[in-house]
Design a protein around this ligand. Structure first.
Ligand SMILES: [Zn+2]
Length: 228
């Protein structure tokens, strides 16, 4: 358990360090097209005939996201105003989600449908061990089973997130190359490094939850067989 905890911790720290260092480095590389993140986002939405999505800026570092329920494309201030290859890459990636939403892209639909149950599952896996430890009134087998189900739900959610993120990044690269917003060669390679590093954080999140899920699943089958 300690090994699993340390291993997944190291993996997610590594992934977030990687994305931060790629971003910090390539947010210094200005795209020669001169677009800001907000401008390229508007251009991509227009190209895809998306009229009902609004673009907003928000404080914070790498706080960029697409909010499907309110159809808001939210960019961090530095990407909204920024003209770096990193800013254009992140903005185009978020547009990729808006395009997925418009096209009713399957994995995005599943992901949206699973948000409610996933937030319940993440509360459960956080509180059940604490309550169990403090009060100790849950039978061990029940705790293990609940944890396995909770992490199973989280794992499936992270799994569905992977195609959603990879697809948004593929769309971003295609449209940035197509519009010439990011020039071929050095600029394109730099932009790709930022988006690929960001994709790695989702892989790390999936691997971590998979690890916890398998751990509890093994405990569960172990507990069962020792009963018999
Ligand atoms: Zn994304």
């Amino acid at each position: 358990m300690i090994l699993l905890f340390l291993g997944t911790m190291a993996l997610s720290l590594f992934a977030s360090w990687k994305v931060r260092s790629a971003y910090n480095r390539y947010s210094q590389v200005r795209a020669s097209s001169g677009y800001t993140g907000a401008e390229i986002a508007q251009r991509i939405l227009d190209l895809n005939n998306i009229r009902d999505v609004t673009i907003h800026s928000t404080p914070g570092h790498l706080t960029d996201h697409y909010d499907p329920s309110n159809r808001r494309l939210v960019l961090s201030e530095e990407n909204y105003h920024g003209t770096s290859v990193a800013a254009l890459g992140v903005s185009a990636h978020e547009c990729g989600h808006a395009i997925q939403h418009k096209q009713l892209y399957g994995p995005l639909q599943w992901r949206m449908a699973a948000v409610g149950i996933t937030s319940i599952a993440s509360q459960i896996v956080m509180w059940v061990p604490i309550i169990g430890m403090v009060f100790g009134f849950f039978p061990y087998n029940l705790v293990i089973t609940v944890m396995a189900i909770g992490f199973g739900i989280l794992m499936l959610f992270q799994l569905v997130t992977l195609p959603v993120e990879f697809d948004a990044t593929a769309r971003a690269k295609k449209v940035l190359a197509g519009t010439g917003a990011v020039a071929q060669g050095e600029e394109f390679r730099a932009m790709s490094k930022v988006l690929d590093a960001a994709a790695l954080t989702y892989v790390a999140a999936f691997v971590s939850t998979l690890g916890y899920f398998l751990y509890y699943l093994l405990q569960m089958t172990g507990a069962r067989s020792s009963d018999e």
